[in-house]
Ligand binder design. Sequence first.
Ligand SMILES: Cc1ncc(COP(=O)(O)O)c(C=O)c1O
Length: 396
Amino acid sequence: MDSKRHLNTLMVHDKDQYHDQFGAVVPPTYQNSLFTFSSWEAIEQAFEDKINNSIYSRGKNPTVAFVEQKIASLAEGDKSKLFASGMAAVSAGILHFVSAGDHIITLKNIYGPSISLINDFLIPKMNIEVSYVSGTDIDEIISEIKPNTRLIYLESPSSVVFRLQNLQQIAVIAKKYNIATAIDNTWATPLFQKPLSLGIDLEIHSCSKYLGGHSDIVSGVLIGGETLIDAIHVREYELLGAKMAPTEASLLLRSLRTLDLRMARHQDNALKIAEFLNSHPQVALVNYPGLASFPQSALAQQQMSGFSGLMSFRLKTDDLVKIKTFFNNLELFQIGVSWGGHESLIYAPAISCLKEQSPEQFKKMGISLGDMRISVGLENVDDLLLDLSQALKLIE
Ligand SMILES: Cc1ncc(COP(=O)(O)O)c(C=O)c1O
């Protein structure tokens, strides 16, 4: 298909790549583990180029490969590999770049389990060193570079507080020192932020969020240049084995058809809600990169072309009874941990933190009892605003 066509056209049309499938408008799901060959020579030939041939579905399955191609074009990468979960993609991506004794620079506010992967697995099992930085100051990153630094691992916007890193600036520095760069780009989606075109080596997504978009699949993806993705394919993908199932790939393909429609609605709804919360007397602050008052608004406008539906805000009150009253009386915002689906959700970081730490301890981490994370869904925004409004009224 003509690659100059718009991305939403590329996401909707694929018939020309499936003309031999009885004219099926939806590509078939190849629900099979292996592929057979007509002769010794034929299978021998397939093994010579195993990246491009379907031999066994732990390596390449045609349905999964078809969706990988679509996601790669969405992100302006050469190739992608789909994994069983976002964390499978994060783990494979990081493990690809580091060996025992290497050093990683990353942020204090990346996704919690990504921090646990480093602290509870890579450090004790592989003697990896790590420097946690704010990510907002390039000099701080440069000052942490060591002879054994192999990877700068980013997440922009980061989790919970949604702080940005200047991707182009970091990519230039990393190249100068011959350090690889990877980014968890789940928040922005490949539609709203194109890290590969800003010089980042590896783009990572949890497809369980906006790419899947309907809260019915768990999956992840790595996107990058051909050499990098082929190297990950033969090592971390096939050997760690966290591959994506063909049925999940079909669901993901269905979701990609409507990605730009859904993201436009998530963005519109989220901006209205962020503005409402930002001027509400019961709310102390709102973290949403799409707000004009967001501290890094200029960088957000420069390196992203849109904003998704996940944000956090802080209730003014510290009174746990009032906080729970607000939380438990929302009718449309359902209580749950994930985000990026059709439905609006709410979660409070204090729920997990209170189990492990005192309010004083997690205040030191910058988290407050009244911090709320909401994923703004596809409902009518007036209904969502009314819902927030009535729950906030209860704690006046
Ligand atoms: C920013 C971010 N990255 C990665 C992940 C992990 O994705 P998954 O749950 O698909 O393993 C999540 C999950 O919430 C996330 O929020």
